[in-house]
Design a protein around this ligand. Structure first.
Ligand code: GLN
Length: 476
């Protein structure tokens, strides 16, 4: 599939007046409307608002010093609030919700002149790994429409891959930026927990949620991170440390870097094409002058089970705010209790209900110690695994997913199989460390395969640096 326009290319065209933001936006709106019939990547395409933002961007572009994001059309996962633009989280219970405010990260991009052209379909409330769990129907992978695009930010990845927007803002609690990026042949970064503000991101698991970019190149991801990252007084979990100029790191050599290969990530059942692309990835790194080091993250096998106790526990508490009183499915029941019950029964999809049941169970008296407390203890062991391994190496290399994109319907009736799709993503998510997925080639049938680089906490510049170098040698 031909790669569409990058941020850098659009910024160049806009700066040199080869095209105006209004013209560029019209082009993308047309593409989005046309392809959405097949891909279902957008829940909302906001033509009027987009053209207004584009006209304002053109005014900014007429002055000197406009930011590279000024006038460039992008899309936002529907579980992220956008002022005046419907934001449903792909769930019926929020079907008619129009937030009066922007998520902090979205507001920062808008302030620079970014143009939102629409809201991307996703798994409802971010629950899923295939984008089939949406009130608005499944999203299709533009590389092969019989396959899923990955999830939960599947609409965002499909839209960027098909060039229905220049880039997208997604959310990653346990892999939802990285896995769809890998299935759709894109770069996607999960930042460290606390690096980017979560304000205005519909909360799923508050101790793991992050918001990150999905783009066509690592350079675009770095440009976005420079804008998105930083402390926010509206999110007290953001860290008050300076944000590096990530783009300054991209061209640095990585000669002499120690790249750890966690053996637990390579010894399981990897799809043969994923295994083959990983072997090539190792060779590329050797060509770049890196030293490959065999390392161990011994608690890896507990990552998925731990994730699926901690996350439903936090989910069950966060989803408690939805009652159908102001948005979505208002029931006509007379008693308040009955009205809540009816609205939730009708407004939440099955996976939300499953998480509410499991989460409430593991937090209840008598089970708390056996499940939730124990899971938190194991989480600490997982964090220590990463702390230890980063004493030996600069970054880690792993596959992003054990397999390329699977068939629509293949795993949708089997939650355990769906949960296991994130086997290489849950550990770093629990540990709060940054990870990026970058394209590492394709399968025998032409489906994209991703490689993941993981760095110590708040060292996004390391994964951006090595991923950019990796991407560069891959395409020469
Ligand atoms: N697939 C994972 C889950 O369902 C990840 C979701 C996410 O990162 N939002 O929990």
């Amino acid at each position: 599939m031909e790669q569409g326009k990058t941020i850098t290319q659009c910024a160049e065209l806009l700066k040199n007046k080869k095209i105006s933001s209004v013209e560029l936006t019209k082009e993308y709106l047309k593409r989005a409307h046309y392809s959405n019939k097949e891909l279902n990547a957008y829940i909302t395409i906001c033509d009027d608002a987009a053209l207004e933002m584009a006209a304002a961007a053109d005014k900014k572009l007429a002055e000197d010093g406009a930011h590279p994001l000024c006038g460039v059309p992008f899309g936002v996962k529907d579980a992220i609030c956008t002022a005046g633009i419907r934001s449903t989280a792909s769930a019926k219970i929020l079907d008619n919700y129009v937030p009066p405010f922007d998520a902090t990260v979205v507001g920062k991009i808008r302030d620079l002149g970014g143009v939102i052209i629409g809201k991307h379909n996703c798994d409802a409330f971010g629950h899923g790994a295939s984008n089939e769990n949406s009130h608005y129907g499944p999203v299709r992978n533009p590389h092969d429409i019989t396959k899923v695009p990955g999830g939960s930010s599947g609409g965002s990845a499909a839209a960027v891959a098909a060039d229905l927007c220049v880039y997208a803002i997604g959310e990653d609690t346990g892999g939802s930026v990285r896995q769809p990026a890998s299935f759709c042949g894109l770069a996607g970064l999960r930042p460290s927990y606390g690096r980017n503000s979560r304000y205005g991101i519909m909360p799923m698991a508050s101790s793991l949620d992050t918001v990150g970019p999905i783009a066509k190149t690592v350079e675009d991801v770095a440009i976005l991170m420079e804008v998105m990252a930083g402390a926010d007084k509206l999110d007290s979990t953001t860290v008050p440390v300076a944000v590096p100029r990530y783009t300054d790191f991209l061209e640095r050599g990585v000669k002499g870097w120690k790249v750890g290969l966690p053996r637990e990530y390579f010894e399981g059942a990897l799809h043969e094409d994923v295994a083959a692309r990983m072997e090539e990835a190792k060779k590329r790194l050797i060509d770049l002058g890196c030293e490959l080091v065999d390392v161990s993250l011994p608690h890896t096998k507990y990552a998925v089970p731990t994730y699926y106790i901690v996350v439903p526990a936090e989910d069950s508490s966060n989803l408690g705010r939805f009652d159908g009183m102001r948005y979505g499915v208002r029931s006509s029941e007379k008693s308040l209790g009955d009205a809540y019950e009816q609205a939730r029964a009708a407004g939440f999809p099955d996976e939300c209900k499953r998480r509410i049941f499991i989460g409430t169970y593991v937090l209840s008296a008598g089970y708390y110690d056996a499940y939730y407390k124990r899971a938190q203890q194991v989480r600490t062991l997982i964090i220590r695994d990463f702390d230890e391994v980063f004493k030996q190496v600069d970054v880690l290399l792993t596959p992003t997913s054990p397999f390329p994109a699977f068939n629509i319907g293949e795993k949708s009736d089997d939650p355990i199989q769906m949960y296991l799709a994130d086997i290489f993503l849950s550990g770093s998510s629990l540990a709060g460390v940054p990870g990026i997925s970058v394209p590492a080639g394709v399968s025998a049938t032409g489906l994209p395969i991703g490689a993941q680089f993981i760095a110590p906490r708040l060292k996004e510049e390391k994964v951006l640096n090595i991923a950019h170098q990796f991407e560069r040698v891959g395409f020469v």
